[in-house]
Design a protein around this ligand. Sequence first.
Ligand code: HEM
Length: 397
Amino acid sequence: LYGDRLRTAVGAYVQRDPFSRLRQRPGRVDPYPVYEHIRARGGWVGTRLGNLATVDHAACDQILRSRRFGVRPEGESGADETGGLSFLNENPPDHGRLRRLAAPAFGARQVAGYRPRIERVVAELLDRAGSRFDLVDDLAAPLPIAVITELLGIPDADATAFAAYGEVVGSALGGIRSLGHARALMRANADLEQIFERLVEERRRRPADDLVSRLAAAEGDALRPGELVPMCTLLLIAGFETTVNLIGNAVGALLDHPDQWALLCEDPSQAGRAAAETLRFDPPVQRTARVSFDEVEVAGRPVASHQVVHVLLGGANRDPAVFTEPDRFDLTRPDAGEHLAFGSGAHHCLGRPLAELEAEIALRVLAERLPRLRRAGPVRLRPATLIRGPLHLPVAA
Ligand code: HEM
């Protein structure tokens, strides 16, 4: 009887707060039914903490583009915070000042120059992988780590150590799970801080042709003391903890839809489309959040001042108002590009061209070299709730 009562209470609680389900195991394993539940209730729900959450594509896009919403309350600055993620967590004007310093390294021309290097890394990783391998450990993780550590100028980066930092920091973005998790996060942050402090010191003395050297040279008016190390941490973590999951989710979806995998193998030049459809169908970053500065109307709905709104990107990407048959994984769909996987507005992903290039090359080379690729064991998902992707994906070719 007690068990029954408890179940009823838990059921009622979940009904009242569908958002909380995204943090519980079933919602973590498959958040898409939760998003549909929210859509069935009008696209918006309130949360237990008094926040709002929305899966409505138009509302998500409007909030992310609006100047009347910020990533923190108006007037509050995080510049002197330690362990912060730089301009990702800043409103204007600090946001623009810091973003402009990093932006040139991620422009289309700059990024296109990485193509030969990325192709070489993918080829080397697959040469080493053999016929049975872990798609994550042996390809999806080491590729973006090699690219971003080279771009930043981290010498002889230890891919295994960086993968571990990424997992800890990435899983913490959705909330701290336990005391052990909090300790691991503090250790990872301290290690990364030390790595970057040493690197910055070295590049101040002897500049090289890398991003950290260019940023170190900008220290002064544009970049204040204490701002450089958090920016490096942001670029490092954003640079691989997301791309690893794009490649992992893409291969997972393709192997679960053999007709789509066959389509790609017939014409590997469609790899860019496979990446775009994965970004829509199963995005690595499932949500973000904003807070309103004043009373504002969003997609015809009034939102109060100082209201936190969870922007459920993974849900917006299945909105039937924008995507025909949104639950179908289809490389040929014409509307995939409307996805919000990289956010929108001022904080729109800075690394998008790089992430798309890495995924396109990885998927193209896989389809060219290993058309008989298939699953070879159970997938293990990351324990995170905000970042979504496989921790292990055993495959055979
Ligand atoms: C911002 C997703 C790869 C650097 C963002 C945002 C999303 C996102 C959703 C916006 C967050 C918000 O508005 O709250 C992704 C996905 C990626 C990816 C899905 C891979 C598939 C990368 C890469 C880099 C990068 C490779 C750089 C090396 C950044 C930075 C920001 C950002 C610096 C902050 C931009 C700002 O606040 O102005 N990313 N990202 N990302 N991303 Fe990415």
